[in-house]
Design a protein around this ligand. Structure first.
Ligand SMILES: [Fe+2]
Ligand SMILES: [Fe+2]
Length: 483
């Protein structure tokens, strides 16, 4: 009998989808596998391929105790295909097919839309690994290096997850799309990744933490809404991916928090109370709070763009057709069809930001973005508690949604972080205060010196409160292979 909770290792590819009895898909995945390994090997610097990294590997998809921790060389990580268990008699939770049995095969009329959503999701996964490829060289500790690599191997597995769906359910063009996922590459001129935020650089560790806090959180919102899909294999895939995503956001939130903590501690010890005394703060070997805020502004606004246009008929169709739901669809108390409902979206009336009531179906992108903004605010509040505890007067803030946008009604307009429209000249001048400058980048880069001694941390970041897998403070999370 098929065991759909525990991971089977009877093929090269660990899985809980019965691959050993699905020869066609197994063969397709085995054909795709070498290209994937090449992609990984080209990406991650050679020393780290040989190093032993203390990683968690999924051994079950049971939410209780699915992970096993052990040392593993990254190219030998057991990537695989893991789906959350099938819910018996699952029904489509929204749209015109509400209440009908969830689809186990792709409905012909929705094939293209489904494929497109899966390809877009799949494209983000290797994109982020590409963006983070050089960070191992400047890790502020072995603990942080291990977390980076954990996030990287899991994004690799998320790629596997999407490739499995393409290979199993979309025939020949699914195979082509799976191959193209290894051809496009972050920041490439000829074949960039599909979404803007995944072509930006992640030049330093503070960017990495902001990215995992803000951009992986967009990933969480997208996965949450795809987990509602009437296409059951997609729903099950996304449900398992979400359990991994939580760790990525933990890495982001605690990484930024520990950066803030190191800054505040250093300021206190040196008797500096003015957070804007930037040069003095930087002389302490920590990142001043206003620069951390600038990084926040950048990564938050890039992530807002990932939600697309505020008003979208594509989003309406995907919901109506039962392909993509809302955040927490099952817990929402309404008719789950939204035919007669309205929703307020932000819009512009001339130069003024207004709220406009529109049909709820067309506003689903905006709604998901609103849920995201609420979700993202939590960590910012916790960061401010750290600052507060050190008696420093400074507050981190999410900038207004109109600031620095490239997509949606506010794109290309000169709004400041408080949501005021300013002149072009004022905007250009303000930007040096609102977004990281080259000089800020150079300063942060100057702090990015690798630390390889177990239990030791770079000056700009505080140690974590607890270790991974409850390991002690001086645990050797990565056994480096020195060439
Ligand atoms: Fe992911
Ligand atoms: Fe992630």
């Amino acid at each position: 009998m098929l065991d759909l909770i525990n991971v089977s290792y009877d093929t090269q590819i660990p899985n809980n989808v019965g691959l050993s009895s699905d020869k066609r898909v197994l063969k397709a995945l085995e054909k795709w596998h070498p290209g994937y390994i090449n992609w990984w090997n080209d990406l991650i610097p050679q020393n780290f391929q040989e190093s032993m990294v203390y990683l968690r590997t999924a051994v079950s998809v049971d939410p209780k105790g699915w992970a096993k921790f052990d040392y593993v060389k990254m190219p030998e990580y057991r990537w695989g295909v893991l789906l959350a268990p099938q819910v018996e008699d699952r029904r489509i939770p929204m749209g015109e097919h509400l209440g009908e049995p969830a689809w186990q095969e792709v409905p012909g009329e929705y094939r293209n839309l489904l494929k497109r959503l899966i390809v877009i999701q799949g494209d983000t996964e290797p994109g982020s690994v590409e963006q983070q490829r050089f960070l191992g060289l400047t890790a502020p500790s072995l603990y942080d290096m291990r977390n980076l690599f954990q996030v990287n191997v899991e994004e690799g597995r998320h790629l596997w997850a999407m490739v499995y769906l393409l290979q199993k359910y979309f025939g020949r063009d699914g195979r082509e799309e799976a191959n193209d996922l290894l051809i496009r590459s972050s920041g490439s001129e000829e074949a960039p990744r599909m979404l803007g935020a995944f072509n930006e650089e992640t030049p330093d560790w503070l960017s990495f933490f902001m990215f995992t806090y803000f951009t992986d959180r967009d990933g969480k919102m997208q996965l949450e809404s795809l987990a509602q899909s009437g296409f059951d294999p997609l729903s099950r895939t996304c449900r398992f991916m979400l359990t991994e995503e939580a760790h990525h956001m933990f890495v982001g939130e605690t990484g930024v928090g520990r950066t803030i903590q190191a800054t505040c501690e250093a300021m206190k010890t040196a008797g500096i109370s003015d957070p804007y005394d930037i040069n003095k703060v930087r002389d302490l070997g920590v990142i001043d709070l206003p620069t951390i805020q600038k990084k926040l502004n950048l990564h938050y606004t890039l992530s807002l763009d990932l939600f697309g246009q505020e008003i979208s008929t594509n989003a309406a169709n995907a919901f109506n057709q039962g392909i993509k739901g809302r955040y927490m669809e099952m817990r929402l108390k309404d008719d789950h069809r939204l035919i007669n409902d309205t929703y307020n979206v932000l819009d512009l009336d001339g130069d003024k930001i207004i709220e406009k009531e529109v049909p709820a179906l067309t506003a689903l992108n905006m709604r998901l973005r609103d849920d995201y903004v609420k979700d993202a605010a939590g960590g910012v509040g916790r960061w401010n508690k750290i600052i507060d505890k050190h008696g420093i007067e400074y507050e981190m803030k999410l900038p207004h949604q109109a600031f620095n946008r490239k997509i949606g009604v506010f794109s290309g307009k000169n709004f400041d972080p408080d949501g005021n429209l300013v002149s072009g000249a004022a905007y250009d001048q303000g930007l040096t205060e609102w977004l990281p400058t080259h000089a800020d980048g150079d300063f942060i880069q100057s702090l990015m010196k690798p630390i390889h001694e177990p239990g030791v941390y770079a000056s700009w970041i505080a140690p974590p409160k607890v270790g991974i897998d409850n390991k002690p403070g001086d645990f050797e999370y990565v056994k480096l292979h020195m060439a």
